[in-house]
Design a protein around this ligand. Structure first.
Ligand code: NAD
Length: 490
């Protein structure tokens, strides 16, 4: 029998906001009781930043902005590299903090932490390579060039599902482009962001360049509506993005958005069915289904539908091992809280009762030693109506919907019939079909016959209700900088 141990909270950093070098004690946003999702038990109380803390953080980030923008690129390169090395040196600690803050299994949390090292190393190489352009002009003789400049102070709002990865992948390009940042992690998971900011200071990045104000919707709203914010980058749900855009409209603040997804995974009869089924299970249940790019809509060609469904059922029952998140054997952890359990089980129930879906695997909460935590079984629902709620809305839990299609045209129509446009996956041995579909699918990213990681060199993001702009690669730097054009009459 697995004994779920209490959260390993001894590594939690001071939960107070980090503004400049200081940890202001007079926070006025109230308190949040942190709950460890694997046990459902309370750990520590998190003091939440309030409007005064936001004012203080914005003033601090503004006063550091000029110094950071004017820091020579080779020095910014060294400082970002140094931060990468400190994250690497503290990888076990950061991993343990993430396990304790949201119940991510230690093996997955370790992978997220390594990805952050990779992102920081990658972006440390960019500050000295951000170049402008020279433009031909007329009708009079002139020399005209453009340069990239930082926006200034960037408000960065992140969600709770992979908080270290979220903070690293956005702060990396924002700092490389010369911005100062104010990170607002959710009240549920403030700890990795705070530790990350402590390491930034330790790396020698000037005080005020990276600030953290933990809190919920109230502090987020105060931050994004602040007149001292020059750009907003938001990762989270479409519902919140709408509110942020409404508020940003008041100050005409530019916004980058990384939102949700309902990514289709298309399996054609000519695919290697064994590996396609294994991939389908991996893509949908990783991080207990709490991931924006998870392939949660499986579209299977008629001719192989029954074979694929039985392979997926088998794999979904033996691929993921539920257990204590601190154990290296565990690959399936809890979802974030009781509200998520209720929402996910409600959606499964409606898929059965009102949409005729067939639950062929899972469908319930784990009992016994897991009953106090928020553990849900990997769930596969077959014969789902592609317009049903379960196939259209983000579940953000370990649920895979399987839909049938008869030919390529219908597959594309079903795949694109969603408000989301983040990622898509294609399994086929026909290379021409693969390229044809990559052209047809309305998503920001397409993975063909396998998805092996997310290196920081690739543009990451989606369209439609999945977002605006790309983090990753050169596009990440372009998002966090703007063009200035200079004309010199000759
Ligand atoms: P959420 O929108 O509820 O919250 C996200 C963040 O916004 C939190 O920090 C929250 O406190 C803050 N917030 C809430 N109301 C606000 C307001 N009015 N003003 C400013 N900030 C506010 O999302 P969530 O439930 O925490 O996260 C899950 C969502 O995030 C899913 O939709 C998921 O797909 C998405 N996500 C996207 C990516 C990506 O890269 N595309 C990555 C991870 C998660």
């Amino acid at each position: 029998m697995t004994i779920i141990k209490d959260a390993p909270t001894e590594l939690f950093p001071d939960p107070l906001p980090l503004i400049g070098k200081g940890r202001p004690r007079s926070v006025n946003g109230g308190l949040h009781q942190h709950i460890y999702p694997a046990t459902g038990r309370p750990t520590i109380e998190v003091p939440l930043a309030g409007p005064d803390d936001v004012d203080h953080a914005v003033a601090t980030a503004r006063s550091a902005a000029r110094e950071w923008r004017d820091t020579p690129p080779n020095v910014r390169r060294r400082l970002l590299w140094q931060l990468a090395k400190l994250v690497e040196a503290n990888i076990e600690e950061l991993t343990a903090i993430q396990v304790a803050e949201n119940g991510t299994p230690i093996v997955s949390a370790g992978r997220y932490a390594s990805s952050v090292v990779d992102v920081l190393e990658y972006y440390s190489g960019w500050p000295d390579k951000l170049v402008g352009q020279v433009h031909p002009v007329w009708p009079v003789a002139a020399f005209d060039y453009s340069v990239r400049e930082p926006h200034g102070v960037v408000a960065i709002i992140i969600p709770w599902n992979s908080p270290l990865f979220s903070v690293g992948t956005v702060v990396g390009p924002a700092l490389a482009a010369g911005n100062t940042v104010i990170v607002k992690p959710p009240e549920l998971t403030p700890f990795t962001s705070l530790r990350f900011a402590e390491l930034a200071l330790q790396a020698g990045i000037p005080a005020g360049v990276v600030n953290v104000v933990p809190g919920g919707a109230a502090v987020g709203a105060a931050l994004v509506s602040h007149a001292g914010i020059d750009m907003i980058h938001f990762t989270g749900s479409g519902r919140t993005a709408t509110r942020i855009l409404q508020s940003a409209a008041e100050n005409l603040t530019p916004v980058g958005l990384e939102l949700g997804g309902k990514s289709p995974n298309l399996i054609f009869a000519d695919a290697d069915l064994e590996s396609a089924a294994a991939a389908a299970v991996r893509y949908s249940f990783q991080n207990a289904g709490q991931g924006c790019v998870n392939g949660t809509r499986l579209l299977v060609e008629d001719a192989v539908f029954d074979d694929v469904v039985s392979l997926v059922k088998e794999r979904s029952e033996d691929t993921y091992r539920v257990g204590d998140p601190v154990s290296p054997e565990t690959t399936l952890g809890p979802v974030i809280n009781q509200a998520a359990v209720d929402r996910i089980l409600g959606m499964i129930d409606r898929a059965k009762t009102s949409s005729g879906g067939r639950v062929i695997s899972g469908g319930a909460r784990y009992g016994g030693e897991f009953a106090d935590g928020y553990f849900l079984q990997p769930t596969v629902i077959a014969d789902v109506d592609p317009r049903a709620e379960i196939a259209q809305d983000e579940v953000f839990g370990p649920v895979l919907s399987v839909v049938r299609f008869s030919d390529e045209e219908q597959a594309v129509a079903i795949a694109n019939d969603t408000k989301f446009g983040l990622a898509s996956y294609i399994q086929t041995s026909d290379i021409t079909r693969a390229h044809r579909l990559a052209n047809e699918l309305d998503t920001g990213m397409v993975w063909i016959n396998g998805a092996g990681g997310l290196p920081p060199s690739i543009p990451f993001g989606g369209g439609k209700d999945s977002g605006v702009g790309r983090i990753g690669g050169l596009e990440g730097l372009q998002l966090f900088s703007r063009t200035k054009n200079v004309w010199i009459a000759l």
